[in-house]
Design a protein around this ligand. Structure first.
Ligand SMILES: Cc1ncc(COP(=O)(O)O)c(C=O)c1O
Length: 544
């Protein structure tokens, strides 16, 4: 009798495990432990100057073009950015983040030569309209977007910060008790989110931490589901695998847009919450694209708005039926895709929603809005069982002042006009640039989710990351992830956008003319990928 019960339990457990493994995306992005182990096995190796230009086995004529183009670009960088680069280099050993970003702008074997010949500066002296000015006085169109904070143009945030200071100055930096402006902010955030209660934090990461903690507290369940590739800040539980030195044992990384995932959500009883980052609509089951991983042209992006929206509806229904808290992480997409963010754009009704970035009106912030029952920090029926969530600088009066300025803008007629047709406007801009790229027979193309753009490449090449250096030379400022993410602000009018498009096409022309955009005849992305694997294996065996 006992034996039969034991067998049945074991069979049940086996089925649950099988369901879970079916719901993992089949690539390394879905197997975070394996990815981490694999990453740990990659040996260091680097191309010297001679190998650098012919890593793909290019013909001598192409290698010569690459060498000449590289030398020209290197001289331009030396002449144009001396002060910005010197100051960045001087700080590199003292600020590990600078050392990290400068090492990881391109695939690592190419990095030493690039760093030496094409050093990218890490300083700006001012912003003006849609431009940034470096320490040498060079003006760049800002496509960095300040990690997504810059939705309205930097000048608007400067004014919001000045207004925030005016609002808060009488109280000053008093913490604990609240500035009266908090009440207004709370009311407006409740209206925007359609939810009952609000908490303020210091970063998007902390807002996500709080959301997950509350979901665990109220459901009494342990596990968090995130989708493969999705970023939710740098807290360990939502960043399992590469980048996190400890295992995240209570996180399931499941496949996005997958029936098998819905099956797991419907049947497991230990899942507290599911996190959705709507930016993943651009590339479900892939990491945010960075040029350091651009080893061939397999990067793809594109948005299926109706399909993603339908998936989220089914996800929400499944969560609801299973008592799982649905958290939509709008830290990036909030206020950007539409007035009410991705929740409006994709028509989602979450239980909890996180905001950050632009909502701070230019100052650091994270916000959580949620259903009253989920936001409560204590349980009347068990008074000693509380959910602790604090933070010294939460609701800082100056941040609340700048948020008030942002929310004033958000409620204005000017904002309503700006949001009107915003998606169509940016889709049309992306389409017009793509038409030019296609007509010119060029390899790069644009995929976009509104103002968030990603460049992908239609012809196999190992050197697509070189495009970022032509962009910079042409006065386009990109974030450290290069052509993976271009982030526009809504301050871009037709004229400024036209100038960016012209510069981008010129950068592409230079990049292609210098021989970086194509692989040797007949080589596919798969071949290039195998080439990289062979190099890694040779380095591991000490053969290179
Ligand atoms: C979707 C999402 N969630 C959370 C975060 C973390 O926010 P922060 O960097 O303010 O901690 C980010 C930051 O990029 C994000 O894009």
């Amino acid at each position: 009798m006992l034996g039969a019960a034991g067998l049945s339990l074991a069979a049940q457990k086996g089925r649950a495990r099988l369901r879970l493994s079916r719901a993992k995306h089949k690539g390394l992005v879905g197997h975070v432990r394996m990815a981490k182990r694999a990453a740990g096995l990659v040996p260091p190796y680097a191309f010297d100057r001679a190998q650098f230009f012919r890593a793909d086995g290019a013909a001598d004529e192409v290698v010569r073009r690459r060498e000449q183009g590289f030398a020209r670009l290197s001289q331009l960088y030396r002449e144009r950015f001396p002060d910005t680069v010197a100051r960045t280099a001087a700080l590199r050993d003292s600020v590990p983040d600078i050392a990290f970003t400068s090492a990881y702008r391109v695939p690592f074997p190419f990095s030493p030569v690039v760093r030496e010949a094409l050093p990218a500066g890490g300083f700006w002296q001012k912003s003006e309209g849609v431009t940034l000015i470096d320490l040498d006085g060079n003006t760049f169109y800002d496509l960095t977007g300040s990690y997504g904070v810059n939705l309205l143009g930097n000048d608007v945030y400067k004014a919001m910060i000045a207004r925030g200071v005016e609002t808060a100055v009488q109280l000053g930096p008093v913490l604990g008790g609240l500035h009266p402006v908090v009440a207004d902010n709370v009311e407006r955030l409740k209206a925007i989110s359609g939810l009952d209660a609000v908490s303020f934090h210091m970063s998007g990461t902390e807002a996500v931490m709080q959301a997950v903690r509350l979901a665990r507290y109220h459901t009494g369940r342990s596990h968090v589901v995130r989708f493969a590739g999705a970023y939710h800040g740098w807290w360990g539980d939502v960043q399992p695998g590469i980048g996190n030195p400890v295992p995240a044992d209570r996180t399931y990384t499941l496949a996005d847009r997958s029936e098998a995932t819905l099956d797991v959500l419907a049947t497991r009883s230990n899942i507290a919450c599911v996190l959705v980052n709507p930016l993943q609509a651009m590339h479900p089951n892939s990491q945010a694209p960075g040029d350091s991983a651009l080893v061939n042209s397999s990067r793809r992006a594109g948005v299926d708005r109706a399909g993603y929206s339908a998936w989220l509806k089914r996800l929400a229904e499944t969560c609801r039926a299973s008592g799982i808290v649905l958290i939509v992480d709008e830290v990036f997409t909030g206020f950007r895709l539409a007035s009410r963010g991705a929740c409006e754009y994709f028509d989602i009704r979450p239980d909890l929603v996180t905001y950050g970035k632009t909502l701070g009106g230019g100052l650091p912030v994270g916000v959580l809005c949620g259903r009253a029952d989920l936001m409560r920090r204590y349980k009347p029926e068990r008074p000693a069982d509380i959910c602790f969530a604090r933070g010294t600088f939460n609701s800082h009066p100056y941040v609340m002042g700048t948020m008030d300025a942002f929310l004033d803008w958000h409620g204005s007629a000017e904002a309503a006009a700006l949001y009107q047709g915003v998606d169509e406007r940016w889709n049309a801009r992306a389409a017009s640039l793509n038409a030019r790229l296609e007509a010119g027979g060029h390899s790069p193309r644009i995929a976009n989710l509104g103002t968030v753009w990603s460049v992908f490449y239609t012809r196999p090449s190992r050197y697509n990351w070189m495009l970022q250096y032509y962009c910079r030379a042409g006065g386009l400022a990109l974030g450290w992830t290069g052509t993976g993410r271009l982030i526009f602000s809504l301050a871009y009018g037709e004229t400024e956008f036209g100038e960016v498009a012209d510069r981008f096409v010129r950068a592409v022309e230079g990049f292609e003319a210098d021989g970086w955009a194509t692989a040797p005849d007949g080589a596919s992305d798969r071949d290039l990928g195998h080439q990289v694997l062979r190099e890694v294996a040779a380095a591991k065996l000490g053969l290179r």
